[in-house]
Design a protein around this ligand. Structure first.
Ligand code: CUA
Length: 371
């Protein structure tokens, strides 16, 4: 490697390191904002300093020995006094590491059990369904389904049941709650079926893998209202990096209001408006093959059922869509998305239906009216 190449490599490495230290980063595991994240943090910090101490001692001795006994001009490399068979030393360097490991193991195991315990009292339960590449949040008791944004009350533990779902099991609708494996009698799942993901909101909890055919649980809790960024942490295909989400923590009263808002049927556009045209297109086009909007019926008079796509009932009440990669109030982004989803988010399973610019304008107006 040339001098220049080495310098460039070193500088690039430093830049990557420095970028990890940007303060105020959106996803910061060193800035716990709830009791579960804090438990992990309180374990991480002491274990880190124990590791730093050991590193300094071991590397310090290594360097010291390398210098002290190096080969010198005019005389061979020094051979230090041999201590093979020194019982005292051998017992010491067996016992000391064992004690250090035990010292680390006790709080580690305690924390693992602590985090795995199901909290008591009034917990909120949410099913988290990992799709390629977006998150669906199903509130079974409240009868709510959302996408990309998980709303929770601050100060209350939230028990998440996580499962991975595929594009749809043949013609069967995608399960809207976590159930391991395809529904009974369903054909074997084909292309686009479930893959492994990992759920991570660094400021609220550690990570939990989401594995097809299994249901895992994770408890999160936020101390204060706020918006906390989450991210899929396991490579899951082309748009893994765009599989983001937000946890929105509210004051309890605001949370209840949000629940009531989400329980309502979708807003109906005024007849004759652009949004009303969009609704017609939505109902008579391909959208209803995958998306549901509560309160609407398909041309055969059946309520719409989601099949692999996000529920759009209150689309515009969310800040973001497409794996929280785009903003719902950005009409231009929404238009680009409807025009050709896979050009905006690589690998997106939403097809390009060859919509005309007029159709896209109407659909954007309709989607943005779904508050
Ligand atoms: Cu889902 Cu990475």
């Amino acid at each position: 490697m040339g001098k220049k190449t080495r310098l460039v490599t070193a500088l690039a490495g430093l830049a990557v390191l420095a970028s990890a230290c940007v303060s105020g980063a959106q996803q910061d595991a060193l800035n716990p904002q709830g009791p579960y994240a804090r438990k992990s943090y309180d374990l991480l910090v002491p274990v880190f300093w124990v590791a730093v101490g050991i590193f300094v001692i071991v590397e310090g001795l290594l360097i010291w020995f390398a210098i002290r006994y190096r080969r010198r001009r005019g005389r061979p490399a020094g051979v230090p006094p041999q201590i093979h068979g020194n019982n005292r030393l051998e017992i010491a360097w067996t016992i000391v590491p064992a004690l250090i490991l035990a010292g680390v193991a006790v709080p580690t195991v305690t924390t693992i059990f602590d985090l795995a315990r199901r909290p008591e009292g009034t917990v909120l339960e949410v099913n988290v369904l990992a799709h390629q590449w977006w998150w669906e949040f199903d509130y079974p008791k409240e009868g709510i389904v959302t996408a990309n944004e998980l709303h929770i009350p601050a100060g209350r533990p939230v028990v998440l049941t996580l499962c991975a779902v595929g594009l749809g099991y043949g013609q069967q609708p995608t399960p809207s709650s976590c159930q391991p494996g395809p529904p009974e009698g369903a054909p074997p799942a084909a292309v686009g079926d479930a893959v492994i993901h990992s759920f991570w909101v660094p400021e609220l909890a550690g990570t939990q893998d989401v594995i097809p055919g299994m249901t895992n649980t994770l408890v999160i809790q936020a101390d204060r209202p706020g918006r906390y960024w989450g991210q899929c942490k396991e490579f899951c295909g082309l748009s893994h990096a765009y599989m983001r989400f937000a946890v929105v923590a509210h004051e309890p009263a605001d949370y209840e209001a949000w629940v009531r808002g989400q329980q309502a049927d979708a807003a109906m556009p005024q007849p004759g408006t652009l949004a009303a045209q969009g609704m017609d297109l939505f109902l008579n086009g391909q959208c209803i093959a995958c998306h549901a909007i509560r309160g609407l019926e398909d041309p055969n008079g059946n309520p719409l059922a989601a099949n692999g796509g996000p529920d759009l009932t209150h689309f515009a009440s969310r800040e973001c869509f497409a794996g929280c990669w785009l903003r719902t109030d950005d009409a231009e982004a929404l238009a680009r998305w409807l025009d050709n989803p896979a050009s905006v988010k690589q690998g997106s399973w939403m097809p390009d239906y060859g919509l005309t610019p007029e159709e896209i304008r109407a659909l954007v107006a309709y989607l943005q009216s779904l508050t």
